[in-house]
Design a protein around this ligand. Sequence first.
Ligand SMILES: [Zn+2]
Length: 385
Amino acid sequence: MIDTMFVALLVALAIGWWLGRYGVPRFSLPWIRPRSQQYLKGFTYLINEQSDAAVDSFLAQLDVNPKTLEMHIAIGTMLRRKGELDRAIRVHQNLLDSRALNAIEMSLAQLELARDFYSAGILDRVEGILCDMINRGARYKEEALHLLLDVYRDLQQWQEALDTANHLRKVSPSTAAVKGLSEAMGHYCCQLAEDALENNKTVEAEKHIANALSYDPCCARATILAASISIASEGDEAAKKTLYKIVEQDVSLFSEAVKVLSSLPLDETSMRVVKQAHQRYPSQSAFLYLYQATDALQGEEAAQRLSLDEVSTRPSLTALDTYLARQPVDKTNAEVRGVVRHTLQSILSRRDRYVCRNCGFRGSQMHWLCPKCKRWGEIRQRYGL
Ligand SMILES: [Zn+2]
Protein backbone atom coordinates (compact mmCIF):
# COMPACT_ATOMS: atom_id res chain seq x y z
CA MET A 1 0.00 0.00 0.00
CA ILE A 2 2.81 2.38 0.97
CA ASP A 3 4.67 1.42 -2.21
CA THR A 4 1.53 2.22 -4.19
CA MET A 5 1.41 5.62 -2.56
CA PHE A 6 4.96 6.34 -3.61
CA VAL A 7 4.19 5.34 -7.18
CA ALA A 8 1.22 7.73 -7.06
CA LEU A 9 3.46 10.44 -5.70
CA LEU A 10 6.03 9.74 -8.37
CA VAL A 11 3.40 10.03 -11.10
CA ALA A 12 2.08 13.28 -9.61
CA LEU A 13 5.59 14.67 -9.40
CA ALA A 14 6.26 13.66 -13.01
CA ILE A 15 3.12 15.40 -14.23
CA GLY A 16 3.94 18.52 -12.29
CA TRP A 17 7.50 18.55 -13.46
CA TRP A 18 6.49 18.04 -17.09
CA LEU A 19 3.98 20.86 -16.94
CA GLY A 20 6.51 23.08 -15.29
CA ARG A 21 9.23 22.22 -17.75
CA TYR A 22 7.32 22.19 -21.06
CA GLY A 23 3.81 23.42 -20.36
CA VAL A 24 0.71 21.93 -21.99
CA PRO A 25 -1.58 24.57 -23.46
CA ARG A 26 -4.70 22.41 -23.94
CA PHE A 27 -5.16 21.49 -20.30
CA SER A 28 -3.64 22.33 -16.97
CA LEU A 29 -3.60 21.21 -13.34
CA PRO A 30 -3.84 24.57 -11.59
CA TRP A 31 -3.41 23.18 -8.06
CA ILE A 32 0.06 21.93 -8.92
CA ARG A 33 2.26 24.96 -9.32
CA PRO A 34 4.99 24.53 -11.92
CA ARG A 35 8.08 25.04 -9.82
CA SER A 36 10.33 22.72 -11.77
CA GLN A 37 13.33 23.10 -9.46
CA GLN A 38 11.30 21.90 -6.50
CA TYR A 39 9.85 18.99 -8.46
CA LEU A 40 13.30 17.98 -9.65
CA LYS A 41 14.38 18.07 -6.05
CA GLY A 42 11.49 15.78 -5.15
CA PHE A 43 12.50 13.41 -7.96
CA THR A 44 16.06 13.36 -6.72
CA TYR A 45 14.90 12.40 -3.23
CA LEU A 46 12.79 9.59 -4.64
CA ILE A 47 15.59 8.31 -6.86
CA ASN A 48 17.93 8.35 -3.85
CA GLU A 49 15.21 6.56 -1.84
CA GLN A 50 14.97 9.47 0.58
CA SER A 51 11.21 9.01 0.84
CA ASP A 52 10.74 11.32 3.86
CA ALA A 53 12.43 14.21 2.11
CA ALA A 54 10.49 13.46 -1.09
CA VAL A 55 7.17 13.65 0.78
CA ASP A 56 8.18 16.88 2.52
CA SER A 57 9.28 18.38 -0.78
CA PHE A 58 6.05 17.33 -2.43
CA LEU A 59 3.89 18.69 0.41
CA ALA A 60 5.71 22.00 0.23
CA GLN A 61 4.45 22.34 -3.37
CA LEU A 62 0.92 21.22 -2.70
CA ASP A 63 -1.55 24.00 -1.96
CA VAL A 64 -4.37 23.30 0.44
CA ASN A 65 -7.62 23.49 -1.47
CA PRO A 66 -10.58 21.19 -2.16
CA LYS A 67 -8.84 19.60 -5.16
CA THR A 68 -5.72 18.62 -3.22
CA LEU A 69 -7.55 17.55 -0.06
CA GLU A 70 -7.59 13.85 -0.99
CA MET A 71 -3.85 13.88 -1.67
CA HIS A 72 -3.13 15.53 1.70
CA ILE A 73 -5.37 13.00 3.47
CA ALA A 74 -3.71 10.09 1.61
CA ILE A 75 -0.23 11.29 2.58
CA GLY A 76 -1.31 11.82 6.20
CA THR A 77 -2.85 8.34 6.35
CA MET A 78 0.29 6.80 4.87
CA LEU A 79 2.45 8.57 7.45
CA ARG A 80 0.18 7.38 10.26
CA ARG A 81 0.38 3.78 9.02
CA LYS A 82 4.16 4.07 8.92
CA GLY A 83 4.06 5.20 12.55
CA GLU A 84 5.28 8.72 11.74
CA LEU A 85 2.57 10.26 13.85
CA ASP A 86 4.09 13.71 14.40
CA ARG A 87 4.35 14.20 10.64
CA ALA A 88 0.81 12.89 10.07
CA ILE A 89 -0.46 15.32 12.72
CA ARG A 90 1.36 18.20 11.00
CA VAL A 91 -0.24 17.32 7.65
CA HIS A 92 -3.76 17.25 9.08
CA GLN A 93 -3.24 20.26 11.35
CA ASN A 94 -2.04 22.18 8.29
CA LEU A 95 -5.37 21.42 6.60
CA LEU A 96 -7.31 22.68 9.61
CA ASP A 97 -5.23 25.87 9.74
CA SER A 98 -6.11 26.59 6.12
CA ARG A 99 -9.11 28.75 5.30
CA ALA A 100 -9.57 27.17 1.88
CA LEU A 101 -11.77 24.23 2.89
CA ASN A 102 -15.50 24.12 3.51
CA ALA A 103 -17.16 22.71 6.66
CA ILE A 104 -17.45 19.13 5.34
CA GLU A 105 -13.81 19.07 4.23
CA MET A 106 -12.71 20.50 7.58
CA SER A 107 -14.64 17.71 9.33
CA LEU A 108 -12.74 15.10 7.34
CA ALA A 109 -9.44 16.72 8.32
CA GLN A 110 -10.59 16.79 11.96
CA LEU A 111 -11.47 13.10 11.87
CA GLU A 112 -8.05 12.23 10.43
CA LEU A 113 -6.33 14.36 13.07
CA ALA A 114 -8.32 12.51 15.76
CA ARG A 115 -7.13 9.20 14.26
CA ASP A 116 -3.53 10.45 14.44
CA PHE A 117 -3.90 11.34 18.13
CA TYR A 118 -5.60 7.98 18.77
CA SER A 119 -2.66 6.15 17.20
CA ALA A 120 -0.34 8.25 19.38
CA GLY A 121 -2.37 7.31 22.49
CA ILE A 122 -3.25 10.96 23.27
CA LEU A 123 -6.81 10.06 24.12
CA ASP A 124 -7.91 13.32 25.75
CA ARG A 125 -7.14 15.19 22.52
CA VAL A 126 -9.08 12.58 20.52
CA GLU A 127 -12.06 12.89 22.86
CA GLY A 128 -12.00 16.71 22.58
CA ILE A 129 -11.93 16.70 18.77
CA LEU A 130 -14.60 14.02 18.41
CA CYS A 131 -16.99 15.54 20.98
CA ASP A 132 -16.71 18.84 19.12
CA MET A 133 -17.56 17.12 15.81
CA ILE A 134 -20.47 15.19 17.33
CA ASN A 135 -21.93 18.22 19.11
CA ARG A 136 -21.77 20.24 15.91
CA GLY A 137 -23.52 17.46 13.99
CA ALA A 138 -20.57 17.30 11.61
CA ARG A 139 -20.67 15.35 8.34
CA TYR A 140 -18.53 12.48 9.68
CA LYS A 141 -20.46 12.13 12.91
CA GLU A 142 -20.97 8.36 12.61
CA GLU A 143 -17.25 7.73 12.11
CA ALA A 144 -16.53 10.08 15.03
CA LEU A 145 -18.90 8.12 17.29
CA HIS A 146 -17.22 4.82 16.35
CA LEU A 147 -13.78 6.20 17.20
CA LEU A 148 -15.09 7.75 20.43
CA LEU A 149 -16.35 4.30 21.45
CA ASP A 150 -12.80 2.97 21.05
CA VAL A 151 -11.51 5.84 23.20
CA TYR A 152 -13.96 5.14 26.07
CA ARG A 153 -13.23 1.41 25.80
CA ASP A 154 -9.50 2.08 26.12
CA LEU A 155 -10.12 4.48 29.03
CA GLN A 156 -12.51 1.93 30.59
CA GLN A 157 -15.17 4.64 30.92
CA TRP A 158 -18.08 2.27 30.53
CA GLN A 159 -21.00 4.63 31.16
CA GLU A 160 -19.61 7.05 28.55
CA ALA A 161 -19.13 4.10 26.18
CA LEU A 162 -22.76 3.06 26.73
CA ASP A 163 -24.05 6.60 26.13
CA THR A 164 -21.96 6.88 22.95
CA ALA A 165 -23.19 3.49 21.72
CA ASN A 166 -26.80 4.57 22.31
CA HIS A 167 -26.11 7.74 20.32
CA LEU A 168 -24.51 5.66 17.56
CA ARG A 169 -27.50 3.31 17.38
CA LYS A 170 -29.71 6.29 16.55
CA VAL A 171 -27.29 7.53 13.89
CA SER A 172 -26.15 4.28 12.23
CA PRO A 173 -28.43 2.86 9.55
CA SER A 174 -26.55 -0.44 9.28
CA THR A 175 -28.31 -3.43 10.89
CA ALA A 176 -25.09 -5.45 11.04
CA ALA A 177 -23.28 -2.64 12.85
CA VAL A 178 -26.16 -2.32 15.33
CA LYS A 179 -26.03 -6.09 16.07
CA GLY A 180 -22.30 -5.92 16.87
CA LEU A 181 -22.99 -2.81 18.90
CA SER A 182 -25.68 -4.55 20.97
CA GLU A 183 -23.19 -7.25 21.99
CA ALA A 184 -20.63 -4.60 22.95
CA MET A 185 -23.31 -2.71 24.92
CA GLY A 186 -24.09 -5.89 26.85
CA HIS A 187 -20.42 -6.05 27.86
CA TYR A 188 -20.31 -2.35 28.84
CA CYS A 189 -23.21 -3.06 31.21
CA CYS A 190 -21.41 -6.14 32.57
CA GLN A 191 -18.32 -4.02 33.21
CA LEU A 192 -20.51 -1.54 35.11
CA ALA A 193 -22.08 -4.42 37.04
CA GLU A 194 -18.66 -5.79 38.01
CA ASP A 195 -17.57 -2.32 39.17
CA ALA A 196 -20.75 -2.04 41.26
CA LEU A 197 -20.18 -5.48 42.79
CA GLU A 198 -16.62 -4.51 43.74
CA ASN A 199 -18.17 -1.64 45.72
CA ASN A 200 -20.81 -3.95 47.26
CA LYS A 201 -23.62 -2.19 45.34
CA THR A 202 -25.65 -5.29 44.52
CA VAL A 203 -28.89 -3.54 43.55
CA GLU A 204 -27.00 -1.30 41.14
CA ALA A 205 -25.22 -4.34 39.70
CA GLU A 206 -28.56 -6.08 39.13
CA LYS A 207 -29.83 -3.07 37.17
CA HIS A 208 -26.76 -3.16 34.93
CA ILE A 209 -27.21 -6.90 34.39
CA ALA A 210 -30.86 -6.40 33.40
CA ASN A 211 -29.72 -3.67 31.00
CA ALA A 212 -27.07 -5.97 29.53
CA LEU A 213 -29.70 -8.61 28.78
CA SER A 214 -32.04 -6.02 27.29
CA TYR A 215 -29.33 -4.97 24.82
CA ASP A 216 -28.15 -8.53 24.17
CA PRO A 217 -30.46 -11.34 25.33
CA CYS A 218 -27.69 -13.87 24.55
CA CYS A 219 -25.16 -12.20 26.87
CA ALA A 220 -23.84 -15.23 28.79
CA ARG A 221 -21.56 -13.01 30.84
CA ALA A 222 -24.58 -11.14 32.27
CA THR A 223 -26.24 -14.45 33.15
CA ILE A 224 -23.10 -15.67 34.94
CA LEU A 225 -23.02 -12.43 36.95
CA ALA A 226 -26.73 -12.78 37.76
CA ALA A 227 -26.13 -16.34 38.99
CA SER A 228 -23.19 -15.23 41.15
CA ILE A 229 -25.42 -12.63 42.83
CA SER A 230 -28.34 -15.02 43.32
CA ILE A 231 -26.19 -17.52 45.27
CA ALA A 232 -26.36 -15.15 48.25
CA SER A 233 -29.84 -13.73 47.70
CA GLU A 234 -31.90 -16.65 46.38
CA GLY A 235 -29.85 -19.74 47.14
CA ASP A 236 -27.90 -22.44 45.29
CA GLU A 237 -30.80 -23.93 43.33
CA ALA A 238 -31.86 -20.56 41.90
CA ALA A 239 -28.25 -19.84 40.92
CA LYS A 240 -27.98 -23.22 39.17
CA LYS A 241 -31.19 -22.64 37.19
CA THR A 242 -29.85 -19.28 36.07
CA LEU A 243 -26.60 -20.88 34.91
CA TYR A 244 -28.46 -23.57 32.93
CA LYS A 245 -29.88 -20.80 30.71
CA ILE A 246 -26.42 -20.34 29.20
CA VAL A 247 -26.75 -23.66 27.35
CA GLU A 248 -29.39 -21.98 25.20
CA GLN A 249 -27.85 -18.49 25.23
CA ASP A 250 -24.41 -19.52 24.01
CA VAL A 251 -23.29 -23.08 24.72
CA SER A 252 -19.72 -22.25 23.64
CA LEU A 253 -19.46 -20.10 26.79
CA PHE A 254 -20.85 -22.73 29.16
CA SER A 255 -17.25 -23.46 30.24
CA GLU A 256 -17.35 -20.12 32.11
CA ALA A 257 -20.65 -21.02 33.79
CA VAL A 258 -19.11 -24.30 34.97
CA LYS A 259 -16.59 -22.34 37.02
CA VAL A 260 -19.47 -20.92 39.11
CA LEU A 261 -21.36 -24.21 39.08
CA SER A 262 -18.30 -25.93 40.59
CA SER A 263 -18.74 -23.86 43.76
CA LEU A 264 -22.30 -25.17 44.24
CA PRO A 265 -23.40 -28.57 45.60
CA LEU A 266 -23.30 -31.42 43.07
CA ASP A 267 -26.45 -33.16 41.94
CA GLU A 268 -27.70 -35.35 39.09
CA THR A 269 -29.49 -32.44 37.33
CA SER A 270 -26.30 -30.37 37.18
CA MET A 271 -24.41 -33.36 35.83
CA ARG A 272 -27.01 -33.94 33.14
CA VAL A 273 -26.98 -30.30 32.03
CA VAL A 274 -23.17 -30.13 31.97
CA LYS A 275 -23.02 -33.41 30.04
CA GLN A 276 -25.43 -32.09 27.39
CA ALA A 277 -23.46 -28.85 27.10
CA HIS A 278 -20.17 -30.79 26.87
CA GLN A 279 -21.53 -32.92 24.04
CA ARG A 280 -22.53 -29.82 22.09
CA TYR A 281 -19.38 -27.79 22.84
CA PRO A 282 -16.63 -29.70 24.71
CA SER A 283 -14.48 -27.85 27.21
CA GLN A 284 -11.86 -28.77 29.76
CA SER A 285 -13.89 -27.13 32.57
CA ALA A 286 -16.97 -29.18 31.72
CA PHE A 287 -15.02 -32.45 31.49
CA LEU A 288 -13.30 -31.90 34.85
CA TYR A 289 -16.64 -31.00 36.43
CA LEU A 290 -18.21 -34.18 35.03
CA TYR A 291 -15.29 -36.30 36.23
CA GLN A 292 -15.43 -34.94 39.77
CA ALA A 293 -19.24 -35.11 39.90
CA THR A 294 -19.26 -38.70 38.62
CA ASP A 295 -16.57 -39.66 41.13
CA ALA A 296 -18.51 -38.08 43.99
CA LEU A 297 -21.99 -39.32 43.06
CA GLN A 298 -21.32 -42.62 41.26
CA GLY A 299 -17.89 -43.72 42.41
CA GLU A 300 -14.37 -44.06 41.08
CA GLU A 301 -15.10 -46.85 38.62
CA ALA A 302 -17.77 -44.77 36.85
CA ALA A 303 -15.47 -41.74 36.80
CA GLN A 304 -12.64 -43.77 35.23
CA ARG A 305 -15.04 -45.14 32.62
CA LEU A 306 -16.05 -41.56 31.85
CA SER A 307 -12.39 -40.60 31.28
CA LEU A 308 -11.79 -43.59 29.04
CA ASP A 309 -14.91 -42.82 26.98
CA GLU A 310 -13.77 -39.21 26.69
CA VAL A 311 -10.33 -40.21 25.41
CA SER A 312 -11.98 -42.51 22.85
CA THR A 313 -14.63 -40.09 21.59
CA ARG A 314 -12.91 -36.69 21.98
CA PRO A 315 -9.15 -37.24 22.30
CA SER A 316 -7.99 -34.94 25.08
CA LEU A 317 -4.72 -34.77 27.00
CA THR A 318 -6.60 -33.62 30.12
CA ALA A 319 -8.88 -36.67 29.99
CA LEU A 320 -5.91 -38.98 29.38
CA ASP A 321 -3.99 -37.54 32.33
CA THR A 322 -7.07 -37.75 34.56
CA TYR A 323 -7.51 -41.40 33.60
CA LEU A 324 -3.85 -42.31 34.14
CA ALA A 325 -3.76 -40.56 37.52
CA ARG A 326 -5.99 -43.22 39.06
CA GLN A 327 -4.99 -46.30 37.12
CA PRO A 328 -3.67 -49.06 39.43
CA VAL A 329 0.10 -49.42 39.20
CA ASP A 330 2.55 -52.18 39.99
CA LYS A 331 6.34 -52.24 40.07
CA THR A 332 6.68 -52.70 36.32
CA ASN A 333 4.43 -49.88 35.10
CA ALA A 334 4.81 -47.28 37.87
CA GLU A 335 7.88 -45.73 36.28
CA VAL A 336 6.34 -45.63 32.79
CA ARG A 337 3.15 -44.01 34.10
CA GLY A 338 5.22 -41.43 35.97
CA VAL A 339 7.10 -40.46 32.82
CA VAL A 340 3.94 -40.31 30.68
CA ARG A 341 2.07 -38.19 33.23
CA HIS A 342 5.04 -35.87 33.70
CA THR A 343 5.15 -35.37 29.91
CA LEU A 344 1.38 -34.76 29.68
CA GLN A 345 1.42 -32.25 32.52
CA SER A 346 4.40 -30.47 31.02
CA ILE A 347 2.52 -30.08 27.70
CA LEU A 348 -0.69 -28.99 29.44
CA SER A 349 1.06 -26.39 31.60
CA ARG A 350 2.66 -24.77 28.56
CA ARG A 351 -0.52 -24.75 26.51
CA ASP A 352 -2.69 -21.65 26.25
CA ARG A 353 -6.18 -22.57 27.33
CA TYR A 354 -8.03 -19.79 25.51
CA VAL A 355 -8.13 -18.64 21.90
CA CYS A 356 -9.79 -15.75 20.10
CA ARG A 357 -12.07 -16.92 17.28
CA ASN A 358 -11.54 -13.65 15.44
CA CYS A 359 -7.78 -13.04 15.48
CA GLY A 360 -6.27 -16.24 16.90
CA PHE A 361 -4.90 -14.58 20.06
CA ARG A 362 -4.07 -17.22 22.68
CA GLY A 363 -3.85 -16.79 26.43
CA SER A 364 -3.98 -18.67 29.69
CA GLN A 365 -7.10 -16.95 31.00
CA MET A 366 -10.50 -15.78 29.88
CA HIS A 367 -10.80 -12.24 28.48
CA TRP A 368 -14.23 -10.92 27.53
CA LEU A 369 -12.45 -8.28 25.44
CA CYS A 370 -9.73 -9.70 23.20
CA PRO A 371 -6.46 -7.89 24.08
CA LYS A 372 -5.29 -8.17 20.47
CA CYS A 373 -8.22 -7.46 18.14
CA LYS A 374 -10.36 -5.61 20.74
CA ARG A 375 -13.48 -7.60 19.85
CA TRP A 376 -15.93 -8.46 22.63
CA GLY A 377 -16.98 -12.02 23.38
CA GLU A 378 -14.76 -13.82 20.85
CA ILE A 379 -12.48 -15.77 23.20
CA ARG A 380 -13.31 -19.40 23.91
CA GLN A 381 -11.77 -22.22 25.91
CA ARG A 382 -9.73 -24.64 23.81
CA TYR A 383 -10.19 -28.35 24.10
CA GLY A 384 -8.75 -31.54 22.65
CA LEU A 385 -5.23 -32.34 21.61
ZN1 LIG B 1 -8.98 -11.31 18.99
